[in-house]
Design a protein around this ligand. Structure first.
Ligand SMILES: Nc1ncnc2c1ncn2[C@@H]1O[C@H](COP(=O)(O)OP(=O)(O)O)[C@@H](O)[C@H]1O
Ligand SMILES: [Mg+2]
Length: 344
């Protein structure tokens, strides 16, 4: 049976700061939000101003250290807030089937991050449940049954901008999927998209060269895997291929291969992914997304040790914004009648 370790609600985390001889109280754990593969997510509070934050446990520091740079103003794409060099003593309780078994104190690594809004999978679920495509009269209702064209273009543009920044820092994410792409929170951030969960991210260069280690090649979720992963290590291009699949899913409401089981349909899924490298197939469903298919094709001829065609990607989104379907910055969740509010 599965034993869960959770930090006690109300526990105050004392953090060692360079300027202070003793660890000082900085954050309070408020409520357990969810448990993932790599660590639990808790709602917390920053003590100095009672600001709500999210505390993620058991994180690896290396990747976050590379991305985290307070001086960098471009960090809008990543919800960083505070990372710790050292582990911190925290009170925990172990549970089995909701019953507490044991409790104690141990050292934990955690990351304090900005509290964000819902992830794209929750946004899409809401759009499907509410049949927004009917309510908002999507122009192409047979095939655009998820989020609106404008929303998908906005999400895509920001997502690729985050990927570019991360790739320039020599990191690949390897788990690009709707659950790891979150909307922001609050007046200033609600239009922003953030990339989270660097649980399987890794550095892809060593001494300026692209690395192949063959280890853990196929981490992440098979539905979003690029077909390159059938025979090669993951590279920068593969994050971008997954990102295009995410955009298709957000628009269409499902992936073409959604009915295939992610664990044992390798070949069939791979065949379908190859079939959808054909612009005509996209044009049959949504000609307005054909520019994204062109990017997808380009990404499939990008070599393992080449950077993705970011210049093309930028012009693609610029072009998509000139479409008659694009309504200036009208994200679905900003439109009151769409009822997204309860997700925040
Ligand atoms: N900063 C955050 N604010 C709000 N929700 C978050 C935040 N970070 C993660 N979440 C939610 O928790 C889920 C799991 O977090 P994630 O970092 O992806 O961990 P893992 O997938 O390893 O469990 C996300 O899909 C998202 O719904
Ligand atoms: Mg995740």
């Amino acid at each position: 049976m599965h034993v869960q370790t959770r930090i006690d609600d109300g526990h105050i985390a004392c953090v060692h700061r360079r300027s202070q001889p003793e660890p000082c109280p900085m954050f309070q754990f408020m409520r357990w939000l969810g448990g993932g593969r790599f660590g639990d997510i808790h709602l917390g509070r920053r003590l100095k101003d009672a600001k709500e934050i999210v505390l993620k446990l058991k994180i690896e520091h290396v990747i976050y250290s590379i991305l985290h740079n307070r001086k960098n103003k471009k960090l809008d794409h990543f919800p960083f807030f505070h990372r710790f060099e050292h582990s911190v003593n925290l009170n925990y309780t172990e549970y089995r089937d909701g019953k507490s078994l044991d409790s104690g104190m141990d050292k934990f690594n955690f990351l304090a991050i900005e509290r964000l809004g819902p992830d794209c999978s929750k946004l899409l679920d809401h759009a499907k449940q509410q049949e927004l495509y009917k309510k908002n009269s999507h122009p192409n209702q047979e095939f655009n049954r998820g989020l609106s064209y404008t929303t998908v273009v906005e999400v895509g543009e920001q997502l690729f901008s985050a990927l570019k920044y991360m790739h320039e820092k020599e990191i690949i994410h390897r788990d690009i999927k709707p659950q790891n792409i979150l909307a922001g929170r609050g007046k200033d951030r609600i239009r922003n998209i953030f990339l989270v969960d660097f649980g399987v991210a890794k550095r892809f260069k060593e001494e300026g060269k692209f690395m192949k280690d063959g280890i853990g090649t196929r981490v992440g979720s098979a539905h979003y895997h690029s077909i390159n992963l059938m025979y090669d290590d993951a590279s920068v291009r593969d994050d971008c291929i997954s990102a295009i699949y995410v955009l298709v899913e957000l628009y269409k409401s499902k992936l073409w291969w959604e009915h295939l089981h992610p664990n044992n349909e390798d070949e069939e899924m791979c065949e379908m992914k190859t079939e959808y490298l054909d612009e005509d197939k996209w044009a049959d469903e949504f000609p307005e997304l054909v520019p994204l298919c062109k990017v997808l094709v380009e990404l499939h001829i990008t070599l393992f040790d080449e950077m993705p065609p970011y210049a093309l990607i930028k012009t693609t989104f610029d072009e998509m914004k000139t479409s008659k379907f694009y309504k200036d910055q009208q994200l679905d969740w900003l439109i009151e009648e769409n009822g997204f509010k309860k997700l925040w």
